[in-house]
Design a protein around this ligand. Structure first.
Ligand code: ADP
Length: 520
C-alpha cells in the first residue's frame, strides 16, 4: 500500500504573516498614492492660479486685435467700392495695427483700387495674390456673411496675421482682408497687456519655432508651467507663465518626493525584514525542537540498551547457571562495560544540562595536560584493548604547567575517545605536543570520516551527521558541543580534519597560561 503523504500542519503564523504582508503592501500603496495626490493637488492649485491669469491675458490680447479689426471693417464703404483706395489710404496710414488692406469681389478677384498699404517697397500684394490667396480660397468662399476670421501662417520664413470678413452690398459679396502688423502686436500690444505682469510672474510668448516673441524665458519649471496657445488670432503662438519661484518649487517637490519614497520604502523594508526575522526565528525554533526531540529519543535509547544488557547478564549471574567460570567473568565484564557507558552518558547529560542552564563554573588550577591525558588513557586503555583497538600515543612529557580544569579536560578527551571507538576501527592515535605557546591535543581514528560541509555543524548541540543517523551507531549529539565548550572555556579551539573514507582527526589547541601570571 502506498504510503500517505504526511499531512501538512496548518500554521496560524502563515495567516498572520500574510495579513501583515497584505496590510503593509496596502499601506505602502496608499502612502505612495496619498503622497502623489498631495503633490498633484498643490501643483494643480499653483497651475490653476496661473491658468486664470493666463486666460485673462490671452483674452485681452485677442480682444484688442479682434476689436481693432472689427472697428476697421465697419469703415468699409461698399456702396462705392471703387473709392476703396481713396478712403482707405488714410485709414490704413493712421491705424497702427494695420499694414495693408484688400478688397476682393465675390470671385476673389482684386477690385480695381482694391489694395492699399502703408509699406513703401511693396512686395506683399504679389505674395498675397499668388501664394496666400490660393490657400485661403476655400476658407473665404465658405465664410458666412459678416463672419470674421484670422489666418496666422508662415510664408517664406516669416509669420503673417491676416484678418478677413465677408460683406454683402447690393446683392454682391465682397471680401475684405487686412494684414495685421505683427511689429505693432509685439512692440505695442504685448507691452500694453503684459507689462503689468513684470516682476509678478515669469512669462513669455513663444512662436511655433519656440523663439521668444516677448518676455523672458521661464526656465524649465516642469509640470508647474502654464502654457496656452492664442485660440483665434495668433494661434501659432503661445503664452507661457510659470509660478514666481518655479525652480525652487520644482526642487522642493523633488526633495519631498524622494524623502517620501525613501520613508515608505524604509517602512516596507522594515516590515519585510520583521517578517523575514519572524520566519527565521520560527524556523530556528522548529529546528531546535526537532533536535531536542531527537536528543531525547537518542538518550532514552542509549539508556535503554545498556540497562537491558545489565539486567539480562545480572539475572544470568544471579541464577548461577553458568557453563564455566570464564562465562561468569565475561558476563561481569559486559555488565561493567555497560555500566561505564551508562555513567559516561549520564555525566555527559548532566554536564550538558549545566552548560545549557548558564555559564559553567570551571575550576582553573595549575596543572599539566600531559598528566591529565596519561591518566585518562590509563582508565580507557583497558576498554580500547577489549574492543580490539590499537592505541598509538605521542605525548610530550616535558610540558610546562598551565591553568586548566582537570575534570573538564578529562571529559573532553573521553568524549573524543568515545567517538573514535564508536565511529572508528583499527587504530586510534592520541598526540599531545607543544606548538609555541599553545598545547595541541589530537585524537585521530580510521573511521568513515566526516564530509567537509558538516565539519562546522558537528560541534552544534544535538547535531549528528547524515551518515551517523543512517547507521545504528547510538549517540545523543552533545559530546562534541561539550568538547567545544570546554576548549573555548580554556581560551582554545577545536577543529576537525577529515575527509570521507579517510578517518577523522580532532585537533584541540589550548593556550599555555603561566600560573604565576594568572595569579598576578
Ligand atoms: P554523538 O553522541 O552522536 O556521537 P557527538 O556530539 O559526539 O554526538 O558527535 C556529533 C556527530 O559527529 C556524531 O553524531 C557523528 O555523526 C560525528 N562524529 C563525531 N566523531 C566522529 C568520528 N570520530 N568519526 C566520524 N564521525 C564523527
Amino acid at each position: 500500500m502506498a504510503a500517505k503523504p504526511p499531512k501538512r500542519r496548518f500554521s496560524p503564523l502563515y495567516v498572520i504573516v500574510l495579513v501583515v504582508l497584505a496590510a503593509s503592501i496596502a499601506l505602502g500603496t496608499y502612502g505612495f498614492r496619498y503622497a502623489a495626490q498631495i503633490a498633484e493637488k498643490s501643483e494643480q492649485s499653483l497651475v490653476e492660479s496661473n491658468r486664470l491669469l493666463g486666460k485673462q491675458t490671452i483674452d485681452r490680447i485677442e480682444n484688442a486685435i479682434i476689436d481693432s479689426d472689427r472697428s476697421l471693417f465697419e469703415l468699409v464703404d461698399l456702396d462705392h467700392p471703387a473709392d476703396f483706395a481713396k478712403n482707405w489710404n488714410y485709414i490704413v496710414k493712421v491705424s497702427p495695427a494695420i499694414e495693408s488692406a484688400f478688397l476682393l469681389d465675390e470671385n476673389l478677384a482684386l477690385l480695381p483700387n482694391g489694395y492699399v498699404t502703408k509699406q513703401k517697397a511693396d512686395s506683399f500684394r504679389t505674395m498675397f495674390m499668388q501664394k496666400m490667396l490660393p490657400t485661403l480660397r476655400d476658407d473665404l468662399l465658405a465664410l458666412p456673411v459678416e463672419q470674421h476670421k484670422h489666418l496666422h501662417k508662415e510664408y517664406g520664413g516669416r509669420d503673417y496675421l491676416l484678418s478677413f470678413i465677408k460683406k454683402t452690398s447690393n446683392e454682391h459679396d465682397y471680401y475684405v482682408v487686412l494684414k495685421v502688423s505683427l511689429e505693432y502686436v509685439q512692440n505695442t500690444l504685448f507691452p500694453e497687456v503684459l507689462n503689468p505682469l513684470w516682476g509678478k510672474v515669469p512669462f513669455c510668448v513663444r512662436d511655433e519655432h519656440d523663439h521668444i516673441r516677448y518676455g523672458e524665458a521661464v526656465g524649465q519649471p516642469g509640470r508647474f508651467l502654464y502654457e496656452e496657445h492664442f485660440p483665434t488670432t495668433l494661434y501659432l503662438w503661445r503664452l507661457q507663465i510659470a509660478p514666481p519661484d518655479a525652480a525652487r518649487l520644482a526642487t522642493e517637490e523633488r526633495v519631498r518626493r524622494r524623502s517620501e519614497f525613501l520613508l515608505i520604502t524604509m517602512m516596507l523594508a522594515t516590515i519585510l525584514a520583521g517578517i523575514a526575522f519572524l520566519f527565521y526565528a520560527t524556523w530556528k525554533e522548529q529546528r531546535a525542537n526537532q533536535l531536542k526531540s531527537d536528543f531525547i529519543s537518542n538518550v532514552s535509547h542509549e539508556l535503554k540498551t545498556p540497562l537491558s544488557l545489565i539486567r539480562m547478564f545480572g539475572e544470568l549471574l544471579a541464577m548461577g547457571k553458568l557453563k564455566s567460570p570464564e562465562k561468569g567473568k565475561e558476563y561481569a565484564d559486559i555488565i561493567t562495560r555497560e555500566a561505564e557507558r551508562l555513567s559516561r552518558l549520564i555525566d555527559n547529560v548532566l554536564d550538558f544540562a549545566r552548560m545549557e542552564r548558564g555559564p559553567v563554573a570551571y575550576e582553573f588550577l595549575p596543572g599539566r595536560l600531559d598528566e591529565v591525558v596519561e591518566r585518562s588513557l590509563d582508565v580507557y586503555r583497558h576498554r580500547l584493548e577489549r574492543e580490539g583497538f590499537r592505541l598509538s600515543t605521542k605525548i610530550d612529557s616535558d610540558l610546562p604547567e598551565t591553568m586548566l580544569d582537570e575534570n573538564a579536560m578529562t571529559l573532553l578527551l573521553l568524549n573524543l575517545l568515545e567517538n573514535a571507538v564508536k565511529y572508528g576501527r583499527g587504530e586510534i592515535a592520541v598526540y599531545l605536543t607543544r606548538q609555541g605557546n599553545r598545547l595541541r591535543l589530537v585524537v585521530g581514528d580510521q573511521g568513515p570520516g566526516i564530509p567537509a560541509e558538516e565539519h562546522r555543524r558537528i560541534f552544534e548541540r544535538f547535531y549528528r551527521t547524515r551518515q551517523a543517523r543512517g547507521t545504528n551507531v547510538r549517540g545523543s549529539g552533545i559530546g562534541l558541543s561539550l568538547v567545544k565548550h570546554i576548549a573555548e572555556a580554556h581560551g582554545g579551539t577545536v577543529t576537525v580534519d577529515s575527509e570521507p573514507g579517510h578517518g577523522a582527526a580532532f585537533i584541540v589547541d589550548i593556550p599555555l597560561v603561566e600560573p604565576k601570571t594568572e595569579a598576578a
